[in-house]
Design a protein around this ligand. Structure first.
Ligand SMILES: [Zn+2]
Length: 457
């Protein structure tokens, strides 16, 4: 399957506009780790891909955690009695501390102040704050707005509910030839924040749409879950499925203008780590590969020692490293259509390598075969003849049944696609045979144990 040309043929600008447009549709919804905002978001994704929704009751034990009560909100404001709303949830959902318990009271500014959150260093931005596991209520506002509040009495209302209900998550399973799976996961719990993580939601949705209906080697599982508790819940309820996961990516912060970052899985040498590093290296825009650390997004759960899955995290700017992070400045203007499209392209390039990586055996291993006689000493594709011959020599030399195309690409320094084309030409020239699919073990890499050896089951 050639996912790369698939994407190239599509109008890059149009895809960017569509991704951004979808983010704009999702933007106004007040999402949280449970509740109707999350349901509505999943329903909108469901209009694009056949997502299966699961509802897990509050109180369900999931490893060391319990599914929390469900939170819903209708309204919230701080108002001058008889006057105007000075802080209004209806205008912007970040204004209410996410998971605020209901409040209906009149209080002075000094009584109110412990419940107000601002970012003094960015006086015009509104922070995004949550209090999921400790009952609290509060308002988030710009520092300038807070300084303008007069010392007087205010009417304070948060019309929310925090009651037994459900945690919702969405899952889309796309079967391939093998039951081995590639996991694509993103969090779906942030309210009006664009890069973190509408960018991940939209790119994952479009990636699923791109793969749907294709002949796939792997099966693909897309998860749209509330951060942390959603991933923990899914893992707790799908321990059998987990054993099929061979490679995985957490997608987040993929729409800003920063360079790509890939955070390795806890294993550090998993195929997905090598593929992501290879693709980003040849992408040419200067990407950074980060070692695993136990903070970040849901890779924390997938890479917890009991699971130790080969799941890395793909992002542009790293969470917490850009000032707009978790504030109203993480807006629809902060994410760019072309950056979203570029991120989708990187995802397809990574999957292209996973789908096409394989081993061959050189049928003429005693000295070099005479390429000229077989019309293999010149150019067949768009690359320079020198590069193509060079790639063929690499493939011939390393195709001993042990090295994969990814191994050869890494060792030669050539992009995977060039090595893949070389192998195709040599196969056609009857100089290679493909190792049967049943003997292709893409996760083995010289010197590293079989990836599944440490797998949880
Ligand atoms: Zn976040």
């Amino acid at each position: 399957m050639d996912l790369l040309s698939e994407f190239d043929q599509r109008d890059f600008e149009r895809v960017g506009r569509e991704l951004h447009g979808f983010a704009a549709e999702l933007f106004p919804i007040c999402r949280s780790i449970t509740g109707d905002g999350l349901r509505k978001t999943l329903a909108m994704i469901q209009e694009r891909i056949p997502l299966q929704l699961s509802e897990v009751p509050s109180g369900t034990q999931v490893f060391d955690w319990a599914v929390p009560n469900e939170w819903n909100i209708r309204d919230g404001y701080i108002k001058v009695p008889g006057g105007e709303r000075v802080v209004d949830f209806q205008k912007f959902n970040l204004h209410v501390l996410n998971y605020s318990v209901p409040v209906r009271s009149t209080m002075t500014l000094s009584e109110l102040k412990p419940h107000l959150f601002t970012i003094p260093e960015h006086p015009d931005w509104i922070p995004y704050r949550t209090s999921y596991y400790q009952e609290n209520w509060g308002f988030c506002l710009s520092h300038r707005q807070m300084l303008a509040l007069e010392e007087r009495e205010y009417e304070v209302v948060i019309d929310s509910s925090l009651e037994a209900g459900h945690l919702t998550y969405g899952e889309f399973y796309l079967p391939g030839q093998s039951t081995d799976e590639v996991l694509i996961s993103c969090h779906a719990c942030h309210p009006s924040l664009a890069n973190d993580n509408l960018s991940g939601l939209t790119v994952a949705t479009f990636l699923a749409r791109l793969l749907a209906g294709k002949e796939l080697r792997y099966s693909y599982r897309f998860l749209f879950v509330p951060g942390t508790i959603g991933a923990i819940t899914w893992l707790a309820q799908n321990e059998k499925t987990v054993a099929n996961i061979r490679h995985g990516l957490v997608l987040t912060c993929l729409g800003d203008s920063g360079p790509f970052h890939y955070k390795k899985s806890r294993r550090g040498n998993a195929t997905i780590d090598r593929v992501a590093a290879h693709v980003l290296h040849h992408h040419g825009e200067g990407a950074q590969i980060l070692e695993f650390s136990p903070n970040g997004y849901d890779e924390r759960q997938y890479c917890s020692p009991g699971f130790n899955l080969a799941v890395g995290c793909l992002m542009r700017s790293v969470w917490g490293s850009f000032p707009e992070y978790h504030s109203s400045a993480d807006s629809l203007e902060f994410i760019k259509p072309e950056k979203l499209a570029g991120s989708l392209q990187i995802c397809t390039a990574i999957i292209h390598v996973l789908e096409n990586n394989c081993r061959y055996r050189n049928l003429n291993p005693f000295c070099e075969p005479q390429l000229g006689r077989r019309n293999l000493y010149g150019s067949a594709g768009g690359n320079s003849p020198g590069t193509e011959v060079h790639a063929r020599l690499w493939v011939l030399n390393l195709s001993d049944g042990e090295h994969s195309l990814l191994d050869i690409a890494e060792q030669s320094g050539l992009p995977f696609s060039v090595i893949q084309q070389a192998a195709a030409a040599l196969l056609q020239g009857e100089l290679l045979e493909r190792i049967p699919e049943s003997d292709q073990d893409f996760s083995v890499h010289a010197g590293f144990p079989h990836e599944s050896a440490q797998r949880h089951n």
